[in-house]
Design a protein around this ligand. Structure first.
Ligand code: SF4
Length: 229
């Protein structure tokens, strides 16, 4: 067991972010790309990326991938999805987390995309936020991955790691996004989520991060880390 206050506190300087993120980029090469990023790399339709993002919330990556493939096999555009029977959507996406709620959201957002956006998935944050079930995290992910437009997708991993590094000092993800928009160099906005999600799942884990095996350990101030491996 290690105690934070027993260690000399290091502080991250602004330019250090380049070094930290380059090291993360190197570290994550051995892990599979998250399914939503994989879809984007394949040049998938933004609607599919949006739906996969919704399915991925509180769901393991392999489950998201399997459910997305089953759903896209029966419907992959907002017009046909708008008319799908809810039970069919539920059956296709089970066992993703909150599958009943997500089924309703998927159909409702498809209907809104058809009605208000002529069947085109919005490419801007406010448009995406107007869709049922879409929060800032999903909106930013769609804007960045599907359209390669500026945005910063802050999920629990991005929020936790940026605070452990002392790059931001924030209590909630929305404030982390605001802080990052002010200081993170633009070149890292789009890749940030794809770098920190696998890193957060495999190394800088929520409880007892693997600092002993982490290539950033010498540099990292480990703020708020009370126990580590
Ligand atoms: S040293 Fe520890 S706290 Fe810092 S990034 Fe690595 S795993 Fe996370």
């Amino acid at each position: 067991m290690y105690f934070l206050l027993a260690q000399p506190m290091k502080h991250m300087k602004g330019d250090d972010i380049h070094v930290f993120l380059r090291l993360v980029k190197k570290a994550i090469k051995e892990w599979p790309v998250p399914f939503v990023s994989y879809l984007a790399e394949q040049g998938s339709d933004p609607f599919k990326i949006l739906i996969a993002c919704i399915l991925s919330l509180r769901t393991r990556d392999q489950t998201t991938a399997d459910a997305s493939k089953r759903l896209f096999a029966i419907s992959s555009d907002p017009y046909s999805m708008s008319e799908m029977d809810l039970k069919k959507i539920e059956k296709a996406i089970f066992p993703v987390g909150f599958f009943r709620i997500k089924s309703k959201q998927i159909r409702a957002m498809s209907q809104k995309i058809c009605k208000d956006f002529n069947g085109k998935t919005p490419d801007f944050i406010e448009g995406l936020l107007s869709l049922p079930g879409v929060g800032r995290k999903t909106a930013n992910l769609v804007v960045t991955l599907a359209y390669e437009k500026p945005g910063i997708c802050v999920d629990t991993h991005v929020h936790r790691i940026c605070n452990r590094w002392g790059y931001v000092f924030t209590k909630v993800a929305d404030l982390t996004e605001q802080a990052l928009r002010e200081k993170l160099p633009r070149r890292w906005w789009i890749p940030l989520n794809g770098l920190l999600v696998p890193f957060g799942q495999n190394v800088c884990t929520p409880l007892s991060p693997w600092c002993g095996a982490c290539g950033l350990s010498e540099l990292c101030p480990k703020i708020g880390v009370l126990s580590r491996r």
